[in-house]
Write a protein that binds this ligand. Structure first.
Ligand code: 13P
Length: 247
């Protein structure tokens, strides 16, 4: 049985003071869960979040990183810096970064390799646009994203990677993919990993993301190939997010 991994992606929300308020409630609400709980916070919140997550079952991640260790890259944060302060997870290739910040399959691949080499756990995002779904190329497109992201990744490293399937049309729109549609794509992805790497495909965590809420989490997370979720909006409220974690 694969474990369930539920991660919040706070995107560009919450200041360190807001983190204090969130963490004054949230740890108590999720302390008994059997699932993995991750908060991917803005860089400015990382130190506060790490401090307040000490002695809890909550792990802290970020939403992006550079692939190099250091250098003249104004405004960037390196994997070495993240590792140094105790960050454990990093989201790579979120569709918002692909759309607004020129993230490509190539940079996603570089960041993925870099994260693994620093023993950071990557959460790699893939997913199709509404147009791609409507013309029937979801499978081809997502398969291509996975293949490009995993280029040069060894069999031994595969199960350290979490894949988040996030159909772009379901992000922040209130439109959730039906549990069957979401599961179908997560299963394709797993089959693709099986074609590339063999049975380790049964170990890899594949999350669904896109308008996950407490009202739909159970149905989604109980599907055969959905191993939890990457949650945006609904992870900002401690009560709502704890209901998703404890679905
Ligand atoms: P929403 O849950 O707000 O739709 O966002 C999903 C997402 O992009 C998580 O990374």
């Amino acid at each position: 049985m694969r474990r369930k991994v539920i991660a919040g992606n706070w995107k560009m929300n919450k200041s360190p003071n807001d983190v204090k308020e969130f963490m004054s409630k949230f740890p108590e609400l999720v302390k008994d869960t059997a699932h993995d709980v991750i908060l991917c916070v803005p860089f400015i919140d990382v130190m506060t979040a790490l401090e307040l997550a000490k002695n809890t079952n909550i792990k802290i991640g970020v939403q992006n990183m550079h692939y190099k260790d250091s250098g003249a890259y104004t405004g960037e944060v390196s994997p070495q810096m993240l590792k140094d302060i105790g960050v454990q997870y990093v989201i790579i290739g979120h569709s918002e970064r692909r759309q607004y910040y020129n993230e490509t399959d190539e940079s996603v691949n570089l960041k993925l390799k870099s994260a693994l080499s620093h023993e950071l756990n990557p959460i790699v995002c893939v997913g199709e646009t509404l147009e791609q779904r409507e013309v029937g190329i979801t499978k081809d497109f997502v398969t291509m994203q996975v293949k490009n992201a995993f280029e040069g990744i060894s069999k031994e490293e595969v199960n350290k990677i979490i894949i988040a399937y996030e159909p772009i049309w379901a992000i922040g729109t209130g439109k959730t993919a039906s549990s069957n549609d979401a599961n179908e794509v997560c299963k394709w992805i797993r089959d693709e990993i099986r074609n590339m790497y063999g049975d380790v495909a049964d170990e890899i965590i594949i999350q669904y993301g896109g308008s996950v809420k407490s009202s739909n989490a159970k149905e989604l997370f109980e599907m055969s190939d959905i191993d939890g979720g990457l949650v945006g909006e609904a992870s900002l409220d401690p009560d709502e997010f704890s209901k998703i974690v404890n679905y």
